[in-house]
Design a protein around this ligand. Structure first.
Ligand SMILES: Cc1cc2nc3c(=O)[nH]c(=O)nc-3n(C[C@H](O)[C@H](O)[C@H](O)COP(=O)(O)OP(=O)(O)OC[C@H]3O[C@@H](n4cnc5c(N)ncnc54)[C@H](O)[C@@H]3O)c2cc1C
Length: 401
């Protein structure tokens, strides 16, 4: 089988590569998150103006109607040009919020937001998780009460990544506490500058504040910002979650090339690590995994580019990637130790940061256990885990009080 680019793909790749070298800029000099998000917006606008933004979207919303393979080629070239980080930071905006609006929004919502997202004018956050409802998202307590043409929101969200830099958020709230937990939810688009909405950044051990608490105190949302019908919030949220799993699975590199290069550069015994049979066996194993994951990711990406909502299979990709990446990053750190102090103290904090960050990969967008449940029930058709509160009115569940 020939995996080389076709002539047409090669010329698309060359055009993408030359546009990227002419337009890339150094965003690493100003790494405070605020400036970083200025860079995220600037990069999105540059891509849009150059005809490379939101490639797989329809032209009417600011995309290019590009073929799935072109989206993939551009992403590969963007990675090679060192600019992928800026697009990864925009994943909640494009891969989740915009994807949900595209699938479930009405035409006025699409016209209002998608072109602005395409131009980098709007950054979005995801207001789903709450202190007592993460995996069990249908257990959220934030209330939405209809008042004339508005909804009034009260409650608290947590873990909201990048809320402090966001213009809008996708919000799921409980509109009918007397309905069963999955049936009393409604989905909204909320302006993050709304009166009564307060964002409180959470200080992380790393010193940064990637996520936040968000408080709603009588925040008013016009009914025109409701996505789907009243009480249809669970279905709309599932669209976001399926896109999230696929997007998260696709944005994290498998690290194979980096581990390979590390093995080539690391002295071990009398030679280099790559000559050691145990290391070679690990590399072979990792190569098989990373190639399989890459192909699986391409399949998901091509489904999404054709407008399909990723199915529960996306959970397989995310589950395998998180666990395998953690193993191999740990082995990479061991290799650096074999290389002695010169290598392990070489100042390359990237490996250490990646190893610490990969733990979050196994929680965000669905924890490993939840993904196993989804794969068991919805891919393999195994019996469901008991959900005793499924058909109980939410306000009759003891923990809902
Ligand atoms: C880096 C990061 C960024 C995030 N960003 C956002 C964001 O922007 N917006 C947002 O809304 N959320 C965000 N989240 C929240 C994330 O979606 C939740 O952390 C996740 O869904 C798990 O929920 P929880 O933290 O409440 O843990 P819990 O649901 O309390 O789970 C605790 C443990 O119990 C296990 N468990 C729970 N239920 C079951 C079950 N039925 N069967 C087996 N095991 C189970 C879990 O696997 C886990 O190990 C982010 C999380 C992280 C780590």
């Amino acid at each position: 089988m020939n995996f080389d680019d076709s002539a047409e793909e090669a010329s698309f790749r060359a055009a993408a590569g030359s546009w990227l070298s002419a337009n890339k800029f150094d965003y690493r000099t100003s790494r405070t998150s605020e400036n970083f998000f200025d860079a995220v917006r600037k990069w999105q606008l540059l891509k849009h103006e150059g005809g490379w933004g939101c490639l797989h979207w329809p032209k009417e919303y600011g995309g290019q109607d590009a073929a799935p393979i072109q989206t993939l080629i551009f992403a590969q070239e963007e990675q090679a040009a060192g600019m992928a980080m800026l697009s990864v930071a925009n994943t909640i905006t494009i891969g989740m919020a915009a994807a949900t609006i595209m699938h479930c929004g009405n035409s006025q919502q699409k016209q209002r937001h998608l072109p602005r997202i395409a131009r980098g004018e709007e950054v979005w956050c995801q207001l789903f998780s709450e202190p007592a409802a993460g995996s069990d998202l249908a257990g959220i307590k934030t209330r939405a009460v209809r008042d004339g043409d508005d909804w009034v929101i009260n409650g608290q969200k947590v873990w909201t990544s990048y809320a402090q830099y966001s213009d809008y958020g996708i919000l799921v709230a409980r509109s009918d506490p007397s309905a069963a937990k999955h049936k009393g939810l409604t989905f909204f688009l909320v302006d993050m500058k709304s009166p009564g909405l307060e964002v409180r950044p959470i200080k992380q051990a790393s010193g940064g504040s990637d996520f936040n608490e968000v408080y709603f105190d009588n925040v008013r949302i016009p009914d025109s910002n409701r996505v789907g019908e009243e009480g249809d919030g669970w279905r709309v949220s599932l669209t976001t979650l399926m896109n999230e799993r696929a997007a998260v699975a696709n944005i994290f590199p498998t690290d194979f090339e980096q581990v390979w290069n590390l093995a080539r550069e690391t002295p071990l015994n009398e030679g280099m690590a790559i000559e050691d049979s145990a290391v070679r066996s690990l590399l072979a194993d990792w190569h098989v995994w990373s190639r399989g994951l890459k192909n699986f990711g391409m399949r998901l990406q091509s489904d999404m580019s054709q407008g399909k909502v990723p199915g529960p299979e996306a959970s397989i990709c995310k589950l395998m990637l998180g666990a395998q990446r953690q193993t191999y990053l740990s082995e990479a750190l061991d290799l650096m130790d074999f290389g002695g102090p010169a290598l392990s103290n070489s100042g390359d904090a990237g490996w250490h940061f990646a190893y610490l960050r990969v733990i979050a990969n196994r929680i965000e967008g669905g924890s490993d256990e939840i993904l196993r449940n989804i794969i068991g029930e919805r891919v393999l058709g195994l019996p469901s885990e008991p959900r005793v509160d499924k058909n109980t009115p939410f306000n009759a569940i003891p923990t809902a009080l």
